[in-house]
Ligand binder design. Sequence first.
Ligand code: NOJ
Length: 551
Amino acid sequence: MKRSWWKEGVVYQIYPRSFKDSNADGVGDLRGIIEKLDYIASLGIDIVWLNPIYSSPNKDNGYDIRDYENIMEEFGSLADFDELVEGFHKRGIRLVMDLVVNHSSSEHAWFKESRTSKASPKRDWYIWKKGVDGGPPNGWQACFGGSAWEFDEGSGEYYLHLFAPEQPDLNWENPEVRHNVYAMMRRWFRRGVDGFRMDVITLLSKDPSYRELAPGEGMFSPTAPYVYGPRLHEFVKEMRREALDGFDVMTVGEAPGTTLEKALDLVGEERGELDMLFQFELMGVDYIDGDKWRQRPIDLVEMKRIIERWQRGMYGQAWNSNYFMNHDQPRSVSRFGDDVAYRVESAKALLLLNLSLGGTPYIYQGEELGMTNVAFDSISDYRDVDTLNYYKEALAAGISEVEAMKSIHYMSRDNARTPMQWSAGRNAGFSEARPWIGVNPDHVTVNVENEESDTASVLNFTRAMIRFRKGHPVLVYGSFELLAREDPRLFAFLREGEGERLLVEINMSGDFTEGAAEGLSATTLLTGHGVAGVATPRTLGPWEARISALS
Ligand code: NOJ
């Protein structure tokens, strides 16, 4: 495989709203990130992905953009942005921004113009249709609930919004839309941006038939009529030619509806489309029937099978991106680990897993501390549009308040969005003012200040593991072979290449378990973590994880 900085790099994701507030308004901002540049660099990461920082009315925390070329007022100014870019670059860190162009905000000037009348020159920039029999054009549902069509009284037609009504879908069939987007991207590259994470990129092209979902087809099924639509590859190739070529930048597409086969079409190295994508198979491992609000316990064997399929299926052909959480998902330690009895151990085990897989690892703010899910008692403490809509719909459908809250406690996107925990002090050291969303009460123990001074902390383990990965290119470029496939506790695999053969063993349980070294050549322990003194060389203690060299 070709080598490149984005394959060898480790990405740290920052959700600016919740990272650090510099001006005591309760909302994180760019100057807050600037204050923490040395902390970010101290992790040893190479690339930062910033969630959207563009001007936005924040119906969906910045995923509803009203001006692609300006910074959200609460976050600062373009001058702050330039300083931030310089601060990253001085420290050898590249900056990736979010590109949200499946939809804009309904407050974007383009949409305001588009909705003025059927004759507006921007009418065709969005997707307008006549109603059918006094109702919407078809039965498509929006991701955050309700119909995907909103009736516009003024102009007498419906517009499409696959997300909130305040997030109208742009019409990618219109070349002017596309060329405006490409020009905007180039301006950010010239300003110093090193790449884009592309929001729901697989939804850009809609099937012109606007057919109904087939029976059994879920909202983001690979075959849904707006997932991998007929012109998607054409659009992405055009974007590559017109916006990306000539810049040394990376792209990672958020890719709902992606199967391994579809992934190879979008990110296959020879395809000339995107560099990487985020697939959702692992994130669906605890859903019932694809419904994230109905959850089941995680089956490790299934989890391993998914990871193996992607590790092996992409090998030599395309590049994986690995994540165990992000701003849309629960805290990884609460979901895949054990945040009660083994918070520290299981957080480390998961970080070790992420940092020893093939592909580019993405670490989300606070994951390096082992931050956990929050469980606010009252729905009024939740902020996420998706969570609030679910709550309303669940109660209307007869689900009890207790059940709905239980599911929210586990799955709400706000779990990832509570303020970064800098200290045990007021508001976790995030802000002088009351934060826009409550802090997790566990900040009194789980915070940067505590963990800095503790050599056995998750934070210091993260730093050590990132360093370890850098010293062992086999973890980046090597092959992957799963061991102990049916073992319900052990996640073990071999990585081989670059003149090394490594054995990775992770006990994904709170019980003692046998490792996988039996029958392999002699091993030398290189790194890991465990309960010192209790495990034998072959046995792993609860959530113990280690990497050994095979002779
Ligand atoms: C995916 C983003 O990650 C999520 O936060 C957002 O709500 C939707 N796309 C819509 O933009």
